[in-house]
Design a protein around this ligand. Structure first.
Ligand code: ZN
Length: 132
């Protein structure tokens, strides 16, 4: 998927404010690749959706089925069980535990940058024709 204008502006900003960040992220990814996930089937959910998959799975039927029509056979009870399994896996699997921690760290970094550079981001989005 092509990154959106907002993503591009954010990535530029992260690089300009914190020049070591790309290296740090690459190193962390490399570290992560050395640890094997103990259950790929559960791990893939975290790979694709990060830890927010637990919330998505626990969402009401309407919301879930409109977002994932291809998973229409997954009823609320099975989803709750799957969410529980994924949550447990994210705490017991070394790979996934570290991945969730990294995702959260990155998210916080982006949030902080966004907060402290709101005006600059807005200005650049306007000049690049993006919309917030
Ligand atoms: Zn795992």
């Amino acid at each position: 998927m092509e990154p959106s204008v907002v993503e591009k502006v954010l990535v530029d900003l992260i690089r300009s404010k914190n020049s070591g960040i790309s290296d740090t992220l690459n190193e962390q990814e490399a570290e992560l690749a050395k640890i094997d996930c103990t259950d790929r089937q559960l791990g893939e959910w975290l790979e694709d959706f990060e830890i927010s998959i637990v919330e998505i799975l626990n969402a009401p039927d309407d919301y879930f089925h409109s977002r994932f029509p291809e998973l229409k056979d997954l009823d609320a009870e099975s989803r709750a069980q799957l969410a529980q399994d994924i949550l447990e896996h994210s705490q017991t699997c070394l790979h996934c535990r570290q991945k969730v921690a990294l995702d959260q760290e990155f998210e916080k970094l982006v949030d902080d940058l966004f907060e402290s550079n709101r005006d600059e981001i807005k200005g650049r989005l306007y000049s690049e024709g993006g919309e917030i």
